[in-house]
Design a protein around this ligand. Structure first.
Ligand code: UD1
Length: 345
């Protein structure tokens, strides 16, 4: 059995897919989750996919004492992969303090407790939102970061700054921050996938829920951008590719290949697709005509974001392998399978 890894937010969307890849690579996984935006059922689903049931600790990482106690129990862990965070952009604008409190306290408490227990390796779930509206494309890791448009985005930027200071202060601490572009899709089994609470904010779950008849129609937020068809362009990445990148980052830490105490990598495919191209791909893959309407722009949306992927390729030995149709096909299969087994709306 390989090393023990603590995965905070391991019952969530990206966390659960990463747990599967870690188990496939023989890591011993301990999930920390408060189940505030996820379900404990995910653990059984991970077990049915991998044949291994990860250890589960229900812990609210905002609670400094409980976090310390639980990390102490697992002080033989090699490192932490930290996914646990609130992630709804719109909600974060309405409730900024909740977002700062939840996302930053959980980070601070985890760092403090792991440091006290001699766990020196950390992988952070960051976002391309830290680039704001970039001046040049594709976006390299050297692009200047900007104040993100939302408190959610700002917690990611602040967290990276905290990690930078922390890694400077403690030379035995090593961290990798992974800046995700737009993760979509689901595991090929159709057992796990994205399950937003209530009305989805993001494009892909909105599309699949509309096709499933749960939402009446998709609102396309603006077709007057300076792009090929006027709708915004994003770098969509399959969640399973993204999960694999975490395993690669972990091996970089294990093999001690880091060139700096805190390293940052973009995780995207390098290809941009417009909202209309995503809709067309969905219609082709599913054979369903999607009900949609072009409406006004959504505040805070930028015209184009896509990643330069060379750094992750060269230093992590990782490259996204799955294309847009595969992402959409897996998301649609997950939606149908999930709806067939539940009455959730
Ligand atoms: C947002 C966040 C990002 C976060 C990501 C995943 C910002 C600026 N972006 O990315 O940090 O990591 O979500 O949670 O904070 N769209 C529609 N109709 C919809 C929904 C979306 O037309 O109902 C369009 C949007 O205008 C956008 C594209 O689809 O052009 C993608 O939107 P979305 O899936 O919400 O992701 P981002 O806003 O790119």
């Amino acid at each position: 059995m390989n090393k023990k890894i603590i995965v905070t937010g391991g019952c969530g969307y990206i966390g659960s897919h990463t747990v599967i890849e870690l188990i496939k690579n023989n890591f011993q996984v301990v999930i920390f989750d408060d189940l505030s935006n996820s379900s404990q059922d995910t653990i059984g689903r991970i077990e049915s996919i991998t044949g291994v049931r990860p250890v589960f600790e229900q812990v609210d990482l905002k609670d400094v004492n409980h976090t310390s106690q639980v990390i102490l129990k697992h002080k033989n862990a090699f490192g932490v992969i930290h996914f646990a965070a609130h992630k709804a952009v719109g909600e974060s604008v309405q409730k900024p303090l909740d977002y700062y409190q939840n996302n930053l306290y959980s980070l601070l408490n985890t760092l403090k407790a792991q440091h006290e227990n001699g766990i020196q390796n950390f992988i952070f779930s960051s976002s391309a939102t830290v680039y704001g509206n970039p001046k040049s494309l594709p976006i390299t890791e050297n692009n200047q970061t900007q104040r993100p448009f939302s408190p959610y985005g700002n917690t990611k930027k602040m967290a990276e700054e905290i990690l930078e200071d922390f890694s400077k202060a403690y030379t035995d601490f090593s961290a990798i921050s992974l800046r995700y572009f737009n993760p979509i899709g689901a595991h090929e089994s159709g057992e796990i996938g994205e399950l937003p609470n209530g009305i989805p904010n993001n494009l892909m779950p909105y599309i699949t829920q509309t096709a499933a008849g749960i939402r009446e129609k998709l609102m396309v937020f603006g077709n007057d951008y300076d792009t090929t068809d006027g709708t915004p362009i994003r770098d969509y990445i399959h969640v399973v590719d993204l999960a694999k990148a975490h395993v690669k980052a972990l091996f970089r830490l294990i093999e001690n290949k880091q060139e700096q105490a805190l390293e940052t990598f973009n995780l995207g495919t390098g290809n941009g697709f417009s909202v209309m191209e995503v809709i067309e791909s969905f219609e082709r893959v599913s054979g369903i005509k999607l009900n949609y309407e072009i409406v006004g722009r959504r505040p805070g949306d930028v015209p184009q974001l896509f990643a330069a992927t060379d750094l992750a390729h060269h230093k992590l030995g990782w490259k996204a392998e799955l294309g847009l149709d595969e992402m959409i096909d897996s998301a649609w299969r997950w939606e149908q399978k999930y709806r067939a087994t539940t009455t959730a709306k």
